[in-house]
Structures are given as structure tokens and as C-alpha cells.
Write a protein that binds this ligand. Structure first.
Ligand SMILES: CC(=O)CC(=O)SCCNC(=O)CCNC(=O)[C@H](O)C(C)(C)COP(=O)(O)OP(=O)(O)OC[C@H]1O[C@@H](n2cnc3c(N)ncnc32)[C@H](O)[C@@H]1OP(=O)(O)O
Ligand SMILES: NC(=O)C1=CN([C@@H]2O[C@H](COP(=O)(O)OP(=O)(O)OC[C@H]3O[C@@H](n4cnc5c(N)ncnc54)[C@H](OP(=O)(O)O)[C@@H]3O)[C@@H](O)[C@H]2O)C=CC1
Length: 291
């Protein structure tokens, strides 16, 4: 299938990164969110990240301008009806995702491929709520999207081969590498990564270390580019908690129980970088540990 126009739902940190890489690869992008503020912020972040790529001589100024010219934004979900491919990147809540696909469905072309960037939710179940489970797949980008080379591809039980092959080509056209995961809770990356982050939060909760010592230990002791608490803040603590709930419920094993301290931070609205505070406080010039 020839994919030219991509509709992206959700202009948060993932949605804007996904729009960035599709536009740079020559696709026309229509970006939707429920809030104008999120759309404006998403565009501003894309401009900044494209600018950084120009200043580091990764792309030319012409590439940047052409990419920006290929991106439009809209508050109206139904404007995405002409897209050849939909990438849903709204908040990690199943009811939100299901409602988006239900609202979009009557306005879509029959062949349009539906994908979700979900970190953990069953692709088979999301697909089953649409009129085209055979043309539905998990297309899971990593954060920050312009930098990370991997895209996890997850087939639902009904996904057909044509959809799978089309998405393999899309991933290659973005200059990224696909890893194929079976449709089980949190797939591959987050099945491994999130229990590690949750364990780091338990380590903090139980007083084995403080924020600084835990992050320093994993960065310098295990060669991680970011400490696990810094990474949790980067992903978003609400998203981390949502993934742990899916693992805990979906695999029915207590080893996946979310740390009460993670729950407390989310209850406080301390969601990490995106809200200004999490395991670090980002409101000053340099991040300061909150524990
Ligand atoms: C939750 C899920 O469902 C799945 C997930 O995504 S889990 C999260 C997966 N992501 C990770 O684990 C990220 C771990 N962190 C890293 O790899 C690195 O810290 C990083 C690549 C983000 C930044 O690297 P760094 O060396 O500390 O920063 P810095 O030297 O300033 O930048 C390195 C590059 O990243 C780019 N970059 C940094 N932050 C960026 C951002 N937020 N957006 C876009 N690009 C960014 C810089 O422009 C720079 O690009 P070049 O190398 O092309 O010049
Ligand atoms: N953060 C990460 O590291 C990664 C996240 N993901 C997944 O990507 C998805 C998005 O995550 P992320 O970008 O971090 O989250 P963010 O919170 O940064 O962004 C989510 C965006 O979706 C918007 N939104 C909520 N409901 C709707 C709706 N009905 N229609 C359109 N937009 C809506 C939100 O608006 P508002 O703020 O107004 O509610 C917000 O702007 C999630 O499924 C997440 O699990 C995948 C890989 C990595």
C-alpha cells in the first residue's frame, strides 16, 4: 500500500517526535490533539529539535523548512479521515484510545492502516474494537523519537500480512530498525525496562539509596545513558505507572506490583519532566533531586 499522508493523534512528547520523523522522511503529517496548547507546544518542540539537528549538521536548513511545511495541526479528529496511516499517540489509557478509534472510524478510507504507539496495552483488544482488526498494528516508537533507532512492531491476532509488510517498509523509510514483538503485556522493551525502573523506585522507597546515588550507580556502574529515576521522569511517571498496572494485571504476578512511592508521585501530579517535578525538580536551572 502506498502511504503518503499520516494522521497522528496526540501531540505530547511522543506525538511530536513521531510527527518530526515522518515529516523529515517526506510524509505529509496531520497532527491532532484535544488541546490547542498541546499542538502549539508540540510544534515548538519540533522546531527546536529540527533546529538542533541543523546546528549539528545532521540535516540542512532546507530539510528543516521542508519538514515543517509538511506538518499541519488540527483540533478536529475527523480531519484525519484522508490519512493513509493513523498513528495514535494519545495518553496511555485504554478508554481514551478506544474512543479515538471509534470516533475516527466512520471518516476513514477503507484501506487506511490503524496503529497505536501504546507502551503496553493489548493490540489485539484495541484492534477488536475497530472495523478493521486485520489492518491494525502496534507501532511503538521510543523516546526521544528523533534519536532512538528502534520501533517495536506488534501484530494483533488478526493483523494481516499486507499490513505487517507495509509497516516494515514504513519503519525502514524512517531510517529506523524494527523489532518484532508478540502481543503480550508491554511487549519486549517495556517488559524488561519498566520492572527495572519500578525496582529502582523500590530501592529509593526502602532507603537503600537516594535519587542521586541510585542514578549515579546505574549510570557509572552499569553504563546506562540515564539513571532509572531520571529515565522514569523522562518517560512520564503516569505512563510508567500505567505500564506497571498493565503488567501486573495482564501477567497476574506480584513481581510487577507498582511501587507505592510511584503511586504517590502520580497522585501528587508530580509526573516528571512534563509537569516540572518528579524524582527531580526541573523548575530551576538544573534538576534537583526531590529525595
Ligand atoms: C516508555 C516506552 O514505551 C518506551 C521508551 O521509549 S523507554 C525510553 C527509551 N529511551 C531511553 O532509554 C533514552 C535513554 N537516554 C539516552 O539514550 C540519552 O540520554 C539521549 C539520547 C536521550 C540523550 O543523550 P545525551 O548524550 O545525554 O544528550 P546530548 O549529547 O545532549 O544529545 C545526544 C543527542 O540526542 C539529541 N537529543 C537529546 N535530547 C533530545 C530530545 N528530547 N529530543 C530529540 N533529540 C534529543 C541531541 O540533539 C543529540 O543529537 P546528535 O547526537 O545527533 O547531535
Ligand atoms: N513517554 C514515553 O517515553 C513513551 C510513551 N509511549 C506511549 O505514547 C503515548 C503518548 O505518550 P506521551 O506522548 O509520553 O504522553 P503525553 O502525556 O506527553 O501526551 C499525550 C497527549 O495526548 C493528548 N490526548 C489525550 N486524550 C486525547 C484525545 N482523546 N485525542 C487527542 N489527544 C489526546 C494529551 O492531551 P492532554 O495533555 O490535554 O490530556 C497529550 O497532549 C502513550 O500511549 C504512551 O504509553 C510510547 C513510547 C515511549
Amino acid at each position: 500500500m502506498d502511504i503518503k499522508t499520516v494522521g497522528i493523534v496526540g501531540a505530547g512528547q511522543m506525538g511530536n517526535g513521531i510527527a518530526h520523523v515522518f515529516a523529515l522522511a517526506g510524509y505529509h503529517v496531520l497532527l491532532n490533539d484535544i488541546s490547542q496548547e498541546a499542538l502549539d507546544r508540540g510544534l515548538a518542540v519540533m522546531r527546536k529539535n529540527l533546529e538542533r539537528q541543523v546546528s549539528r549538521e545532521k540535516i540542512s536548513a532546507e530539510d528543516r523548512d521542508a519538514a515543517l511545511a509538511r506538518i499541519s495541526t488540527t483540533l478536529k479528529l475527523t480531519d484525519l479521515g484522508n490519512s493513509d496511516l493513523i498513528v495514535e499517540a494519545a495518553s496511555e489509557r485504554e478508554t481514551i484510545k478506544t474512543a479515538i478509534f471509534e470516533d475516527l472510524q466512520p471518516h476513514l478510507k477503507p484501506n487506511t492502516i490503524l496503529t497505536s504507539n501504546t507502551s503496553s496495552i493489548s493490540i489485539t483488544r484495541l484492534a477488536s474494537r475497530t472495523d478493521r482488526p486485520e489492518r491494525f498494528m502496534g507501532l511503538h516508537f521510543m523516546n526521544p523519537v528523533p534519536m532512538m533507532k528502534l520501533v517495536e512492531l506488534i501484530r494483533g491476532i488478526a493483523t494481516d500480512d499486507d499490513t505487517y509488510q507495509s509497516l516494515l517498509k514504513v519503519v525502514a523509510s524512517l531510517g529506523k530498525t524494527a523489532a518484532i514483538a508478540e502481543d503480550f503485556p508491554a511487549f519486549i522493551v517495556n517488559r524488561v525496562l519498566l520492572p527495572m525502573i519500578n525496582e529502582a523506585i523500590y530501592t529509593l522507597y526502602e532507603g537503600v539509596g537516594n535519587v542521586q546515588s541510585i542514578d549515579t550507580a546505574l549510570k557509572l556502574g552499569a553504563g546506562h545513558p540515564m539513571g532509572p529515576l531520571e529515565l522514569a521522569d523522562f518517560i512520564g511517571l503516569d505512563t510508567c505507572l500505567a505500564i506497571m498496572h498493565v503488567l501486573h494485571e495482564g501477567l497476574a504476578d506480584t513481581k510487577y506490583r507498582p511501587c507505592p512511592l510511584l503511586v504517590k508521585y502520580v497522585d501528587a501530579g508530580w509526573l516528571g519532566r512534563k509537569s516540572g517535578r518528579g524524582f527531580y525538580d526541573y523548575r530551576g536551572e538544573t534538576p534537583v533531586p526531590t529525595r
